[in-house]
Design a protein around this ligand. Structure first.
Ligand SMILES: [Zn+2]
Ligand SMILES: [Zn+2]
Length: 159
């Protein structure tokens, strides 16, 4: 049985698949990864040692340094890759099931934001706990691509 991991951007214009065991799963705190992901740190899964392919569309790229380019969906902006001469890494949150690829190491500690270590101490709420302040949540319709491959997206009736 071949192990397969799939994923893609939020709008579904770009989809990928990894056949085989993916490489290391990590988070990077460096300032360039913070900016590229628009986040406190970048969760990345290396594709090294596995077969990686784009299965729908292709990312657009920003050359973020002389050695690294970053792929993202041109339609919805989802950050998708970190690519250097030693291989391609995929944004962990873009996988259809990120829970199966937990990070095992942190990089770029020089850029680490001090509060990251205490995020789990913050008050915590479910989305539907906020219905009073954000009543639109009650009839929210998601246009996000589902967490599995699709024959066609968006569905025909919506086009
Ligand atoms: Zn997209
Ligand atoms: Zn980084």
């Amino acid at each position: 049985m071949t192990l397969t991991h799939s994923g893609g951007c939020q709008c579904g214009a770009v989809r990928f698949r990894i056949d085989g065991e993916p490489g290391q799963s990590s988070i990077c705190h460096c300032r360039m990864c913070q900016k590229a992901l628009g986040a406190y740190y970048a969760p990345l899964v290396s594709t090294r040692g596995a077969a990686f392919a784009w299965t729908r569309g292709n990312p657009k790229y920003f050359q973020s340094s002389n050695h690294v380019r970053r792929g993202f969906c041109e339609s919805c902006g989802t950050p998708l890759t970190y690519e250097a001469s030693d291989g391609v890494a995929i944004s962990a949150g873009a996988f259809d099931d990120p829970s199966g690829l937990p990070p095992v190491i942190q990089y770029g500690l020089e850029g680490k934001l001090a509060f990251v270590d205490s995020l789990s101490d913050l008050p915590a709420r479910h989305t539907m706990d906020d219905l009073d302040e954000a009543p639109f949540l009650a009839d929210l319709v998601s246009y996000q691509h589902p967490d599995h491959d699709t024959e066609q997206w968006p569905p025909k009736e919506k086009q």
